[in-house]
Ligand binder design. Structure first.
Ligand code: IPM
Ligand code: MG
Length: 353
């Protein structure tokens, strides 16, 4: 098949890991006779330096002509001024909103090859295989905010409509039907009105999915259960902010934040694919970044935007086999053991393809 893919590498290690994912996609194209063309665009700090805004109109227009967006990461020390008017993160929030990418899929599983590497007891990690569905275009990230008085007060507003909760919960229930048929909805209904609406809406929608088991868990308890009984979860649906926090926590189960991919979808086949990690300015440009989060995001791109499930699985198996062969970047290498560079791990994965 023919496909046009937008590549927004952004800043820091976004550049290295995105290059790795593009190489993998090129290998998939040549091996399975597809024609992928890549168009690069600016986002984040580099876009601010070049155009004065974190997501220039040209980038949006370019992305509109493609089937999928592969994104790296945004931000870095240079733009690290939270009170600046223009910030790299605005690019990320704006592109998610522009394409109405309301559901962010973040699968988390443990890799047998990395089980001894996490700080948790290996027996707790057996069978960990969960899918977070994070709401991505609403909630406190997009609610009213501002400063009051002489700058001695500030506020952000959590705000959800029934329709916003319904559409993301629908994604969760549907995903669960193709998996272990369990949905855990995370909220803070004991304190916040937004989450009473969240819980009521998810419960009502559950009537349409009688084959799926639904549990509600308060977010504070959820942070604990993720560590004490991670294997018990299947699909987890959470608001924008809770999903952001819980997926970083869950990355511990996979061995490293560098392992986690994500897909942001809007109900059409157009989607945005990015690793869960950030731009990691402390290790940027040194060949230390783990490319697996980005490569697995490319696999999700093949599956969800191009409908190439077989190719997606081949990429995922290649990652498994590279890990089994002991190829590790520093973040997933046992202390004192040797490790390989971003390009070496990428090459091992491409060879395994
Ligand atoms: C993520 C990141 C972003 C978020 C930041 C960089 C704005 O943490 O994608 O998880 O909070 O959504
Ligand atoms: Mg995050």
């Amino acid at each position: 098949m023919k496909a046009k893919i937008a590549v927004l590498a952004g800043d820091g290690i976004g550049i290295e890991v995105t290059a790795a994912a593009v190489q993998v996609l090129e290998k998939v194209a040549s091996k399975y006779n597809h024609e992928f063309s890549f168009e690069e665009g600016l986002i984040g700090g580099i876009a601010i330096d070049t155009t004065g805004t974190a997501l220039p109109d040209e980038t949006i227009a370019m992305c509109e002509g493609t089937q999928a967006i592969l994104l790296g990461a945004v931000g870095g020390y240079k733009w690290d001024n939270p009170s600046a008017k223009v910030r790299p993160e605005q690019g990320l929030l704006k592109i998610r909103k522009h394409f109405d990418l309301f559901a962010n899929l973040r699968p988390v599983k443990t890799y047998p090859a990395l089980a001894g590497f996490t700080p948790l007891r290996p027996d707790l990690l057996e069978g960990v295989d969960m899918l977070f569905i994070r709401e991505l275009t609403g909630g406190i990230y997009f609610g009213d905010r501002g400063e009051q008085g002489d700058g001695d007060h500030a506020f952000d507003t959590e705000n959800y409509s029934v329709a916003e909760v319904q559409r993301v919960a629908q994604v969760a229930f549907t995903a669960a039907q193709g998996r272990r048929k369990k949905v855990t909805s995370v909220d803070k209904a004991n304190v916040l009105a937004t989450y009473r609406l969240w819980r009521k809406t998810v419960t009502a929608l559950h009537d349409d999915y009688a084959d799926v088991q639904l549990d509600h868990i308060l977010v504070d308890a959820m942070t604990m259960y993720l560590m004490t009984r991670p294997a018990s979860f299947d699909v987890i649906v959470a608001s924008n902010m809770f999903g952001d926090i819980l997926t970083d926590e869950a990355s511990v189960l996979a061995g490293s934040l560098g392992m986690l991919p994500s897909a942001s979808i809007n109900g059409s086949s157009m989607g945005l694919y990015e690793p869960c990690h950030g731009s990691a300015p402390d290790i940027a440009g040194q060949g230390k970044a783990n490319p697996i989060g980005s490569i697995l995001s490319a696999a999700m791109l093949l599956r969800y935007s191009l409908n190439l499930s077989y190719e997606a699985e081949v990429v995922e198996r290649a990652v498994d086999s590279a890990l089994d062969a002991g190829a590790r970047t520093a973040d997933i290498a046992p202390r004192g053991a040797g490790f390989v560079s971003t390009t070496e791990l990428t090459q091992t994965i491409i060879d395994a393809l």
